[in-house]
Design a protein around this ligand. Structure first.
Ligand SMILES: Cc1cc2nc3c(=O)[nH]c(=O)nc-3n(C[C@H](O)[C@H](O)[C@H](O)COP(=O)(O)OP(=O)(O)OC[C@H]3O[C@@H](n4cnc5c(N)ncnc54)[C@H](O)[C@@H]3O)c2cc1C
Length: 814
């Protein structure tokens, strides 16, 4: 008899800890018809050999929520299933042996507080009391996280599997999925040697195989395996209540393991593995030892724990783990295929993440949307080229080490760079640009003056480019700045039903005259902001949608999925057809007017309008809007004319004091003006009313729109208990980066969502949601004494509902 069913509602591929957790949580949500297929044995991929460290905190509020869920779940699993997990919460100590790391750890501890995680600053001596073998000679300080701990990965996965089975999930081992069945753009089942299985939903939890499984379905799952090492000593008579210890400056972590010490490595240059495919029979396998590779870590370990010099090594372990291009895992429904979900690429934190990620994905599958904002790990953030083997191979050699490297603000990748360039790239480079990467694009972040190398020197304090970005901001505020904004994604929406469709999708009124550029949000049914963009009406039946590079794939996907089945509309991605030059600042009109016969005056070309004009010899589209808060135009130039237009602007600009400006300056300008940044200040769990964007919602337009009902309900409550505020520190010295705790009258009320130095205002500026059940309004803001915590120290701040820079937007409308 065939042991496989012919169909299941949900098929999960992969029986590692992630697949088991997704299965467990689907069962908890009442899904009865769930099938998990494992090619060999449960846990036989990566899970069985993990070190099992679990932390209570991750780098964002919602990922910390997921980590907390993992810990709570692992605490109760044994009671629930009868299978022990081996969880011990002895806490963890992170140590610093230089001032920069100490800065980082203290900022991290503050972030923990913002997310409700206990974090105690302790002295080297106190650290030694908790961890007696520690050499503290060169230590500056340490942070103790009392809730952290360690678990047994295989036992925890088996407990989840047991709980899943108890909830009705069917688990079949030794059954490899060999193909994905698709129909009408959706997953419809899986293929195995024992026959096909129909399914409504397919979930790829294939660990380091997940990329291959994705390719079976035409779905990009950018991850690559790397060798990952630890050693286990001979017994050292260690107490079983020893906390985990991290010495990130020495790229190492330590955990007690049945009286022995396990020392794991996050070396700076890792060894990618499995480039030519993973061996077919891989099952509970180890990779060959590489003592030479591990030796520097061991030397550092003997320095930190001198007793190791006397201990023998019992086990040298090397096993593969998968890493993603940005060290964040890949979760959610694939852009390319409906009902095909992914949970993979766990970057060495799959054990601690499994509980939360499994819960989130199960809710996503059942509810049709993420339970809360998970953009940090959402698979839709990846650009297509990031799934190329060579790209992944290069990046993964760097990715593993970055987990313990200094988490510098603005840190840029050194591998797999220079792949996607704007038409102006070489010109910008010749002019001193220092580039950073976003969504696979190279973007000029700042410009080095003559004689200065365009290279970052990182710090938590002012970095080397700080004064140059300040000059760029000054030029834009006082004269004119030229920005390469070509990485904007551009979609043409055309057809007789274009207006009808966009009216339903956008919260603003799209029934405007051709030539109008409208700032709008696209909302989900809950009123949350799925996209934040500008839509320009080109003609009665044509619009151009412009959005950020980082959300290009996601926004295009949202647009296409939101169209009615019968809509007579085509959508074309024309991103690469146009460069975008931002000419911004009070002198922008004086610079541009002599180059065109079109009237650029305030009457002839008002704010929020867009026109085709001839600039020099080139027909372009000019749109009068600004993300920088100044008079200015975005020029959409056909890519083949971009360099010519750029050269003439640069030449003519000299007499107006034009300066080339980068993304760091742009971010400083926009945060002074309190312009929101999607993914930080606004997400799918924030509504326009909470975000202070109610002005952009056309409640009374002549059409219903997604999210309207939810917003009307929220508006009827007459009280907002969560609102986005802008902050400025009183003290001009400290810098803010985001995720800093916000206090009102000494009480924690939120955390910053984005931050930068406001070069023009001369202080660090941030935005952040503040929550209060009594309501957050102007009186509440004015009555509070506000502080923001930086590195465990609180600094007084000014809070405001209105932009601190040019609150009436007068400067853009002159
Ligand atoms: C040395 C080392 C130390 C680590 N330490 C920690 C730690 O301290 N803390 C922590 O949180 N994480 C740690 N990790 C990471 C953690 O082990 C992983 O992130 C986690 O196990 C990934 O789980 P998974 O379910 O995604 O992958 P896996 O466990 O590999 O599961 C994937 C499963 O899919 C199956 N599969 C693949 N293809 C198919 C197919 N076609 N059909 C059916 N089944 C298929 C595989 O056989 C495999 O069993 C460590 C990893 C290593 C290597």
């Amino acid at each position: 008899m065939n042991r496989l069913p012919s169909q299941a509602e949900v098929v999960i591929i992969g029986g590692g800890i992630i697949g088991c957790s997704v299965a467990y949580h689907l069962a908890k949500l009442g899904k009865k018809d769930v099938l998990l297929l494992e090619r060999k044995k449960l846990t036989s991929g990566t899970t069985w050999h993990a070190a099992g460290l679990v932390r209570a905190m991750l780098y964002s509020a919602n990922l910390t929520r997921l980590a907390r869920h993992s810990l709570e779940l692992y605490t109760r699993l044994e009671k629930e299933t009868g299978q022990a997990t081996g969880l011990k919460q002895n806490g963890s100590i992170s140590i610093a042996s230089n001032p920069e790391r100490w800065d980082e750890l203290r900022r991290g501890a503050s972030m923990g507080r913002a997310f409700g995680v206990e974090a105690e600053e302790i002295t080297p001596r106190q650290a030694q009391e908790k961890w007696p073998l520690l050499n503290i000679d060169d230590m500056v300080g340490a942070i103790f996280f009392p809730r952290d701990g360690q678990t047994n990965p295989a036992d925890t996965a088996m407990a989840l599997a047991k709980g899943a089975r108890q909830g009705g999930v069917k688990i079949i081992e030794d059954c490899k999925v060999t193909g994905i069945v698709t129909r009408d753009g959706r997953a419809a089942g899986v293929r195995t040697a024992e026959g096909d299985i129909k399914a409504e939903t397919v979930v790829n939890c294939g660990g380091m195989w997940a990329r291959e499984i994705g390719l079976m379905a035409g779905v990009a799952v950018p991850l690559h395996a790397a060798e990952h090492f630890y050693v286990v000593t001979e017994p050292m008579d260690l107490p079983s209540n020893l906390p985990v210890m991290r010495d990130m400056d020495a790229c190492a972590y330590y955990k007690e393991d049945a009286g022995k010490l396990l020392i794991g490595a996050f070396e700076p240059k890792a060894k990618p593995w499995g480039m030519n495919g993973i061996p077919e029979d891989f099952c509970f396998d180890e990779l060959p030892e590489d003592f030479e590779h591990f030796q520097p870590i061991l030397e550092g370990a003997i320095h930190r724990v001198p007793k190791l010099g006397e201990a023998g090594i019992r086990k040298f372990f090397n096993g593969p783990e998968s890493f993603s291009p940005d060290q964040r895992y890949l979760l959610g429904e694939a852009l390319e295929l409906k009902n095909f979900y992914v949970a993979a690429g766990f970057n060495s934190i799959g054990i601690q993440s499994a509980g939360g990620a499994g819960m989130a994905l199960a809710e996503w599958i059942v509810g049709g949307h993420p339970p809360f904002d998970l953009w940090d790990v959402d698979i839709r953030r990846m650009a297509p080229h990031q799934n190329r083997k060579t790209y992944l191979y290069d990046r993964v050699s760097e990715a593993l080490g970055l987990l313990y490297a200094m988490h510098w603000p603005y840190r840029q990748y050194e591998t797999a760079r220079g792949i996607r360039l704007t038409p102006l790239y070489m010109r910008l480079k010749e002019n001193g640009a220092c580039f950073g990467e976003v969504a696979g694009w190279e973007r000029a972040n700042w410009f080095a003056p003559d004689g200065v190398a365009p290279r970052y020197q990182y710090s938590f304090k002012r970095q080397n480019w700080f004064p140059y970005a300040a000059e760029e901001v000054k030029a834009t505020r006082e004269r004119v700045g030229l920005f390469d904004q070509s990485t904007f994604a551009k979609f043409l929406v055309r057809g007789p039903d274009a207006e009808r469709e966009l009216q339903r999708i956008a919260a603003a009124d799209m029934a405007v005259a051709p030539g109008r550029a409208v700032y709008t949000q696209w909302l989900n049914e809950r009123g949350g902001i799925e996209a934040d963009l500008t839509v320009t009406r080109l003609a009665e039946d044509a619009y151009m949608v412009v959005t950020a590079a980082a959300t290009a794939g996601r926004d295009l996907h949202w647009l296409k999925r939101s169209l009615a089945a019968d809509a007579r509309v085509t959508v074309d991605d024309v991103t690469n057809a146009y460069a975008v030059l931002g000419v911004m600042g009070p002198a922008s009109r004086a610079l541009l007017q002599p180059l065109t016969e079109s009237d650029l005056g305030n009457q002839g070309f008002p704010f929020g309008h867009s026109k085709e004009i001839v600039l020099g010899n080139v027909a372009i589209r000019a749109t009068r809007i600004s993300y920088m808060g100044e008079l200015g135009w975005e020029l959409y130039v056909p890519s083949d004319y971009a360099i010519g237009v750029f050269d003439s602007l640069l030449a003519k600009g000299a007499e107006h004091g034009l300066k080339l400006c980068g993304m760091h300056a742009m971010d400083s300008l926009r945060i002074e003006k309190a312009y929101r940044h999607w993914g930080h200040d606004i997400t799918d769990e924030d509504t326009p009313l909470e975000a202070g964007l109610g002005f952009a919602v056309a409640f009374d337009k002549n059409a219903d729109f997604n999210g309207r009902e939810a917003l009307l309900r929220q508006r009827a409550e007459k009280k907002l208990t969560k609102r986005l505020l802008q902050f400025a520190l009183d003290d001009p010295e400290p810098l803010l980066y985001h995720n800093e705790p916000i206090y009102r009258d000494g009480k924690l009320v939120g955390n910053t969502s984005s931050a930068n130095y406001g070069h023009y205002l001369g202080r660090a500026i941030a935005m952040g949601y503040v929550r209060d059940e009594g309501g957050v309004d102007a009186a509440y803001v004015a009555a509070g004494k506000w502080e923001i915590e930086v590195g465990l120290k609180r600094y007084p701040a000014q809070a405001s509902l209105r932009p601190l820079y040019d609150p009436t937007s007068a400067r853009m409308k002159v």
